[in-house]
Design a binder for this molecule. Structure first.
Ligand SMILES: Cc1cc2nc3c(=O)[nH]c(=O)nc-3n(C[C@H](O)[C@H](O)[C@H](O)COP(=O)(O)O)c2cc1C
Length: 136
């Protein structure tokens, strides 16, 4: 079967691309906005791309024209984020953080005891983690 991307809508391309690379682990990325509010959201378009320098790439979309998702805006603003690999036991909590809450309500997204704040990091990290990257 062949697909012509030029003939497909962006949502159709998205579904097709999602289905071609499986399984994909989920990066649960935490950031802080300029006022210090914590943000957490899941991203499956991510991977490592090199070791010298250590390079992590994440495909973060937009909410609309000229409106980046909050994770991207926060990373641009303070150049720090934490990538937590999500254990299956926290799948439900992870999914809830994919909801596009308005920016002003982000504090409601601050999850309770599953997060902690390691020394020297602006963004919180998962307590129950298999692995995490602290990116600066
Ligand atoms: C399992 C899962 C994987 C996701 N992967 C991505 C992704 O790779 N890129 C993306 O832009 N959005 C992805 N999303 C959607 C974002 O999590 C969602 O748009 C979220 O509201 C972004 O939050 P933010 O505005 O706080 O950054 C994914 C959602 C789920 C549930």
């Amino acid at each position: 079967m062949q697909f012509d991307f030029k003939e497909m809508s962006p949502p159709e391309r998205y579904k097709l691309l999602l289905a071609t690379v499986l399984p994909r682990p989920i990066a649960w990325i935490t950031t802080r906005d300029a006022r210090g509010a914590i943000n957490a959201a899941p991203f499956s378009f991510f991977n490592v791309f090199g070791n010298d320098p250590a390079t992590v790439g994440v495909g973060i979309g937009s909410k609309g024209p000229r409106e980046p998702k909050d994770t991207r805006a926060n990373i641009r603003a303070n150049e720090q984020f934490v990538v937590n690999l999500v254990p299956f036991s926290l799948a439900q909590e992870m999914r809830i953080t994919s909801i596009a809450f308005p920016r002003a309500s982000k504090r409601q997204r601050r999850p309770g005891s599953i997060w902690h704040r390691p020394n020297g990091l602006k963004s919180p990290a998962l307590r129950k983690r298999r692995f995490r990257w602290n990116a600066r």
